[in-house]
Design a protein. Structure first.
Length: 292
């Protein structure tokens, strides 16, 4: 069982991108006795953090972020939420200490995959004297468990779709492209790219509308951690919007990697999935049939 990270001597900073996760982590940290601060990324963070000390900063504002971290006595950082745009080169504001790293930063931003970018960001925070934590270390209850969470369970056809989508998601992850895949009738019909899961599911809706995917066969969305991924950043996550969009896409269910994926607002998510008649389950790719 994963336990919450112990409270350190300094404060925790939640680096907040788009979505509910940053606010959830900040509130969970406060409940655990922390006094967290927020680094809300400009044009990315979309929640109100008025109950917390907050800095609004651009993704590339290394100098401003480091100054805030030092002023607030931060010694641990958790990165959370989606970052949908990479900073323009003109937006990078290094500190004197990180000036020599700028060429490597630029190369990674221009040609690196998401995992390479996250590794670079982790190293930059470590260079500021901070320990980088994973979201699951702050709120371990978010981690998916093996097995069905919903009343609906995968049928035999769904298990075949899960198997096909797992293979596709693993191959995609090795290329550092995305974390999700959709299989319908044993055929992979969509792979997640830079657009994200919800937009991938929108493509499935369009493919059905155009008649390029069978209306009779439902299909499954699978989300997995990339094989080489550092679990301190960008763990696969599903929330209410994932369930809503999966239902709109006509899918039978959603499978996520147990122990390495996050389920946000689980109670509400399960209720929504039950209402829509779709399953949500955690799978262990090392077990036969994913442990289902």
């Amino acid at each position: 069982m994963v336990r919450p990270a112990p409270i350190g001597k300094g404060r925790l900073a939640v680096v907040a991108g788009w979505g509910q996760l940053p606010l959830y982590l900040a509130e969970a940290a406060r409940e655990a006795g922390e006094d967290p601060v927020i680094v809300a990324l400009t044009d990315e963070a979309d929640r109100s953090f008025e109950a917390f000390e907050t800095l609004s900063a651009g993704v590339g504002d290394l100098a401003g972020i480091e100054r805030f971290i030092r002023e607030k006595g931060v010694d641990r950082v958790v990165m959370s939420g989606a970052v949908r745009r990479r900073p323009e080169l003109r937006d990078i504001r290094p500190t004197f200490r990180t000036l020599l790293q700028v060429p490597a930063v630029i190369r990674t931003l221009v040609s690196g995959g998401d995992d390479a970018v996250l590794q670079m960001v982790i190293k930059l925070f470590e260079g500021m004297g901070c320990r980088v934590l994973g979201a699951h270390e702050i709120a371990p209850g978010l981690l998916a468990r093996t097995g069905p969470l919903t009343t609906a369970r995968p049928a035999a056809d769904d298990l075949r779709d899960i198997e096909q989508a797992v293979e596709a998601a693993l191959a995609l992850g090795r290329l550092d492209v995305g974390q999700g895949a959709v299989s319908v009738g044993g055929r992979v019909v969509a792979l997640e790219g830079a657009e994200g899961t919800d937009q991938m599911l929108e493509r499935v809706v369009e493919l059905r509308r155009e008649g390029r995917i069978s209306q009779r066969r439902r299909g499954v969305l699978v989300k997995l951690c990339k094989p080489q991924q550092d679990v301190r950043a960008d763990l696969p996550a599903i929330g209410l919007s994932t369930v809503e969009n999966a239902a709109r896409a006509g899918l039978a269910g959603i499978a996520v990697e147990a122990g390495r994926s996050l389920i946000l607002e689980e109670q509400a998510l399960v209720a929504a999935a039950d209402h829509a008649g779709i399953f949500v389950c955690g799978i262990d790719t090392g077990l036969p049939k994913g442990g289902l």
